[in-house]
Design a protein around this ligand. Structure first.
Ligand SMILES: Nc1ncnc2c1ncn2[C@@H]1O[C@H](COP(=O)(O)OP(=O)(O)O)[C@@H](O)[C@H]1O
Ligand SMILES: [Mg+2]
Length: 401
């Protein structure tokens, strides 16, 4: 097995910053078995920092997050080719800082939510032509946006709950129209969610219009668009991870266990069971206590969801099952908490093996991208040159007004 320099990017400008730190440290321990980890911590205000101490969770657990002035900063240089550069925090001469290229073979994103799981980081890595683990720009962006995700899944005959959405602008300017539409098409109880969020942040269960209005205000603090959907009463929640590139493979199913009406941030990360932390430490039943038939139905839906949304690497697809055994895709997480290693463990794939497999898949996807043609030979510019010269001389182009 080759040993790679793996840039592990975590933290980020996202409400799930702290969850990302836990996931990243789990991934870091797994990577260290076979690879060299370069930790890149993105602060809440967007500084990119590196330094060996950031690879150790104890740098984060005394209640204060690392301070930018204690670490080297990372910047991007685009010439002669795009690369990450470390700018030392120590001056080596008057106004001179040491700058070194960061020796990265591959990037392992471990930021949950905005600016990490939503296609923005993936877009940056595409422009830099760096191989990276997980879904690409489109899969990440669509997987993150619950409204887009539902539209695409229903277009592909995957089951989702009835829903409506509006923007914050709609809410501020024509709330009565929004409320009329909700009353005409959906019946309470409902769930109100920010289009983009995670870890149950900004998600509310509502029984009536007054609660819906309060919940819309909360959701609107986290996203520009707000989703409202039919609630499944006392749902059975089942999650299934999927791994692969062209032939995605579903994992065992799990049943997360909540202490209240629905799975909260605290259920996921605070009420921990056993030795594990983060999503890996939440209370759950593995395998989920459901029939073989329901298990394979859900596994099939999970793999199809992964393909329809053009995912890669590992994603976790979360389902809601109602009392009549109807199954609905609730959401996909393209960078799942703890990378869902606890599900793969259950089928004898240990975490170090899982991260190495994800690295191999990322190199494959990168090679396929670079085998595509990005140029096209044409004499368009010489023709356009003549037309533009006429335009410059005040002659109108044919067909324009
Ligand atoms: N339509 C629904 N019916 C019943 N419970 C729901 C519904 N939507 C969400 N929930 C509950 O809320 C939790 C969080 O919602 P989810 O859509 O998964 O948001 P997040 O991306 O923040 O995890 C779910 O795990 C589930 O417990
Ligand atoms: Mg969820």
């Amino acid at each position: 097995m080759s040993k790679y320099n793996v840039a592990l990017i975590f933290g980020g400008c996202t409400p799930e910053h702290e969850v990302s730190i836990v996931t990243a440290h789990q991934v870091s321990l797994a990577l260290q078995e076979n690879h060299h980890v370069i930790p890149i911590y993105v602060t809440k205000s967007g500084d990119w920092l590196t330094g060996d101490a950031l690879g150790d969770l104890s740098a984060f657990t005394d209640g204060t997050l690392p301070h930018p002035s204690d670490f080297d900063k990372i910047t991007i240089e685009f010439h002669p080719e795009p690369k990450f550069v470390i700018t030392s925090r120590h001056w080596i001469g008057k106004n001179v800082q040491k700058r070194t290229r960061l020796p990265i073979d591959i990037v392992f994103p471990a930021i949950h939510g905005m600016h990490g799981e939503d296609g923005t980081l993936q877009g940056l890595l595409e422009l830099m032509n760096l191989p990276y683990v997980g879904a690409g720009v489109v899969g990440s962006a669509v997987g993150m946006d619950k409204i887009m995700m539902k539209a695409i899944l229903s277009e592909n005959a995957l089951p989702v709950l009835p829903y409506l959405y509006w923007t914050r602008h709609d809410w501020d300017t024509r709330r009565e129209v929004v409320l009329e539409e909700v009353a005409a098409t959906l019946s309470y109880p409902l769930f109100v969610k920010p289009a983009m969020s995670g870890s149950s942040i900004g998600v509310s269960h509502v029984e009536n219009q007054a609660e819906l209005c309060a919940a819309a205000e909360v959701a609107g603090q986290y996203a520009r668009r707000i989703l409202v959907e039919k609630a499944v009463e006392k749902p059975l929640e089942i999650n299934c991870a999927v791994m692969g590139l062209h032939e995605p493979m579903p994992s065992v199913c799990e049943q997360p266990v909540s202490q209240a009406d629905f799975l909260s941030f605290d259920d996921k990360y605070i009420h921990q069971e056993g030795e594990n932390a983060g999503m890996a430490g939440a209370a759950r039943k593995i395998p989920a206590p459901i029939s073989e038939e329901l298990t394979s139905h859900i596994q099939g839906l999970a793999a199809r969801t992964f393909r329809v949304l053009d995912c890669a690497g590992v994603a976790r697809v979360d389902f809601l099952v109602d009392a009549a055994h109807n199954v609905y895709v609730n959401e996909i997480n393209t960078i799942p908490g703890s990378y869902s290693y606890y599900l793969w463990n259950h089928q004898d794939i240990e975490f170090p093996e899982l991260v190495s497999e994800l690295i191999d898949l990322a190199f494959k996807a990168h090679a396929q991208k670079n085998a595509l043609t990005y140029t096209y030979t044409t004499n368009l510019l010489s023709q356009a040159g003549a037309s533009l010269a006429k335009l410059k001389n005040g002659v109108k182009l044919g067909g324009t007004t």
